[in-house]
Design a protein around this ligand. Structure first.
Ligand SMILES: Cc1cc2nc3c(=O)[nH]c(=O)nc-3n(C[C@H](O)[C@H](O)[C@H](O)COP(=O)(O)OP(=O)(O)OC[C@H]3O[C@@H](n4cnc5c(N)ncnc54)[C@H](O)[C@@H]3O)c2cc1C
Length: 319
């Protein structure tokens, strides 16, 4: 209850242009950006990805921040930044996902133009994926429930066109059980997250125990014999160590070797846990955002955990 109220107010703060302008231009809040964000440019993102690989054998998902944009010039800037990241990665041997949100590339302006833009980015990735492992795939992030169906349809269309792509599904949505079964049968690459928006009871589980139960059932589906036979690739994206243990037990019971699935966590959140998993030989990835538009991403991270209220208070009181 407390978590839901806190999360809803942080989501409102993420979308307020006035709060965003204040936070992103105040020097006092810059430590929040440093905690959750790799830097301003694609080169900063790639440099962090390289360091994580060299220091801890941890892979990255690069994300240029700028969701829910409703101006064409911003959409074009977002696409250009994704392509810049793909270009920079082409020269490396890092195994990287590049994350895209449909509202970043124009969903709010004209949904029919989003798929061609996503396809352009995925094609650029396919051209540079020359077997050295620089870029792996375009990962569709999942936004609020109004975009779930269109995002899945876009993923499926790109996958059918033979492009390297992956999809995020949210454990709190009731529909995800059916969506996961369909993706398992397609042999997709799916990242399972809890879900970071405040959705209603009609379509979502709204208490933590119910969401965790759903997460566990979905893990069982992801590590099923049918999924394995179809070539499915599970990505377990949570900071909850009990769910990590559940996934590892399901993998062991189903005969999934380490590296045939992976864990993904967010830069700046429980990195000690990520490093410990990697140290045990598990494949681990961190979600590494870059760009100037950092406030909506940071405030959603603060909203996920009421304990982070102190961080926010510190930033408002001047660091
Ligand atoms: C790689 C990745 C990609 C994601 N992509 C999406 C997406 O596309 N769409 C979407 O809706 N959501 C996305 N999310 C966010 C996700 O939906 C959750 O909101 C978030 O991961 C918190 O839930 P949890 O499963 O980690 O578990 P929780 O139960 O929230 O956390 C488990 C424990 O981890 C710690 N913890 C968790 N979050 C924080 C935090 N922010 N700060 C400090 N400690 C914390 C706490 O100790 C908590 O007890 C993504 C998450 C990850 C890891």
């Amino acid at each position: 209850m407390l978590r839901r109220a806190w999360q809803s107010s942080m989501i409102a703060a993420a979308r307020s242009p006035r709060i965003k302008h204040f936070m992103q231009t105040s020097r006092a809040t810059s430590f929040l950006a440093d905690k959750y964000v790799a830097g301003k440019t694609a080169a900063d993102g790639v440099a962090r990805a390289r360091r994580l690989m060299e220091e801890a054998g941890i892979r990255s998902s690069l994300f240029y921040m700028g969701e829910y944009v409703d101006r064409l010039d911003l959409v074009e800037e977002n696409v250009a930044q994704k392509l810049a990241a793909v270009d920079a990665l082409g020269a490396t041997t890092l195994d990287i996902h590049v994350s895209v949100d449909p509202t970043q590339i124009g969903y709010q302006i004209d949904p029919s133009l989003v798929q061609p833009r996503a396809e352009r980015i995925a094609r650029a990735m396919a051209e540079r994926a020359d077997g050295r492992g620089g870029v792996t795939c375009l990962m569709f992030d999942m936004e609020d429930a109004s975009v779930t169906g269109p995002t899945i349809a876009m993923h499926d269309a790109l996958q059918d066109a033979g492009l390297p792509t992956a999809l995020t599904l949210q454990a709190y949505l009731r529909r995800t059980e059916a969506d996961m079964a369909a993706q398992a049968a397609r042999g997709s690459r799916v990242r399972l997250v809890r879900g970071a928006f405040a959705e209603g009871r009609e379509i979502a589980y709204t208490t933590t125990p119910d969401i965790k139960d759903s997460y566990r059932r979905l893990l069982d589906a992801m590590f099923s014999a049918e999924a394995r036979a179809a070539g499915f690739y599970p990505i377990v994206a949570t900071h909850d160590t009990a769910l990590h243990d559940h996934a590892i037990a399901a993998a062991e019971a189903g005969g999934w070797p380490k590296g045939s699935y992976e864990f993904e966590m967010l830069l700046g959140v429980r990195e000690d846990v990520a490093r410990a998993l990697a140290g045990r030989g598990e494949q681990v990835r961190l979600y590494v955002p870059f760009g100037e538009n950092w406030w909506p991403h940071a405030v959603r991270r603060i909203g996920e955990y009421p304990g982070n209220a102190l961080l926010l208070a510190r930033s408002l009181l001047g660091g």
